[in-house]
Design a protein around this ligand. Structure first.
Ligand code: ARG
Length: 261
C-alpha cells in the first residue's frame, strides 16, 4: 500500500515537472508578444527639411524621417510612417492609432500635459516671412492689424494669434501657407526658422519671399508619445546612443550642413 502511494506521488511529481517545464517554455514567447515590433509613427509632411514627400512620391524624406528610422533600428523595431494633419497627431496618439509622432513638434507645456515628449532633438525658433517687395514689414512689430498665415495647431499660429488686431488665416498644410503669401492673400507668414530658410534656399521661395526681423521664441523639437508610455525612456536612450555614436551628427550634417559643436 505504502509502495503504491509512493509510486503515485512520484508520478504526480513527474507530471508537475513536465507541466512546469511547459509553462517555462511558454513565458518567453508571451513576453516577446508584449514588446511591439512595429513603431507606428505619424507625421505631417509639408515641413521640409524635416518631413516632406518628393513630388510624385509617397515616400517620406527629411531629417525627422531619417532620425526616427535610426531610432527604430536602435530599438529593433520596424518603423511605419503615416501622413496626417498636424493638429490630428496628438489626438491620434491618445486614441492609440499611432505610437509616436515626429513632426518638428516643439516641446510646449500644453503638449507636455497631453502627451509624453522626448528629450529635445533639435533647437529651433519662429520667424516672420514676407514677400520680397514688402518694405513696410521689418519685424513682427509691424504686423499689427495685418494678415498672417500659419499652419493650424502650430506654435506659429499661436504666435500669430497674439499679434494685436491681426487677421490670422490658418491652413492645414504649409504648402498652402506659403502659397497664400505668394498670392498676396496675407502680408506675412509665421513659421519655424529652419523651414523658412529651406523654403528660401530651395523650396521655391527664393524669387518671391524673405525673412525679416529677429528669431522669436526659442523652441526645441521633441518626439511625442502616449502619456507614461514605456517607449519614452527607450526613445530617449536611443537618441542619446545616436548622439554618442556619431549617427545623429551624420544626419544633422546631411540636412543642415556643418554640425554645431
Ligand atoms: N514647430 C511648430 C510646432 O510645433 C511647427 C511644426 C509643424 N510641423 C509639421 N510637420 N507640419 O507647432
Amino acid at each position: 500500500m505504502k509502495k503504491a502511494f509512493m509510486l503515485l506521488m512520484a508520478m504526480v511529481m513527474m507530471v508537475m515537472m513536465v507541466a512546469g517545464c511547459g509553462g517555462g517554455e511558454k513565458k518567453p514567447a508571451d513576453k516577446a508578444a508584449e514588446v511591439p515590433k512595429v513603431l507606428r509613427v505619424g507625421t505631417e509632411p509639408t515641413f521640409a527639411p524635416f518631413e516632406f514627400q518628393k513630388e510624385g512620391s509617397k515616400d517620406f524624406d527629411g531629417f525627422d524621417m531619417d532620425l526616427i528610422r535610426a531610432i527604430g533600428k536602435q530599438l529593433n523595431m520596424k518603423v511605419e510612417i503615416q501622413n496626417m494633419g498636424f493638429d490630428a497627431l496628438i489626438p491620434a496618439i491618445n486614441a492609440g492609432n499611432i505610437d509616436a509622432a515626429i513632426a518638428g513638434m516643439s516641446i510646449t507645456p500644453d503638449r507636455q500635459k497631453a502627451v509624453d515628449m522626448s528629450d529635445p532633438y533639435y533647437a529651433s525658433g519662429l520667424v516672420v516671412v514676407v514677400n520680397k517687395d514688402n518694405e513696410a514689414v521689418k519685424s513682427v512689430k509691424d504686423l499689427d492689424n495685418k494678415g498672417i498665415a500659419a499652419q493650424i495647431g502650430t506654435t506659429g499660429a499661436e504666435r500669430a494669434a497674439k499679434v494685436p488686431g491681426a487677421k490670422v488665416k490658418n491652413f492645414n498644410t504649409n504648402s498652402e501657407v506659403f502659397l497664400e503669401l505668394k498670392n498676396k492673400g496675407v502680408d506675412a507668414v509665421i513659421i519655424d526658422k529652419p523651414v523658412a530658410e529651406y523654403y528660401l534656399a530651395q523650396g521655391g521661395g527664393k524669387e518671391t519671399a524673405k525673412i525679416v526681423g529677429e528669431t522669436m521664441e526659442a523652441e526645441s523639437y521633441g518626439i511625442s508619445l502616449k502619456k507614461n508610455s514605456p517607449l519614452t525612456a527607450k526613445i530617449n536612450k536611443a537618441l542619446l546612443d545616436l548622439k554618442k555614436n556619431g549617427e545623429y551628427d551624420k544626419l544633422y550634417e546631411k540636412w543642415f550642413g556643418a554640425v554645431k559643436k
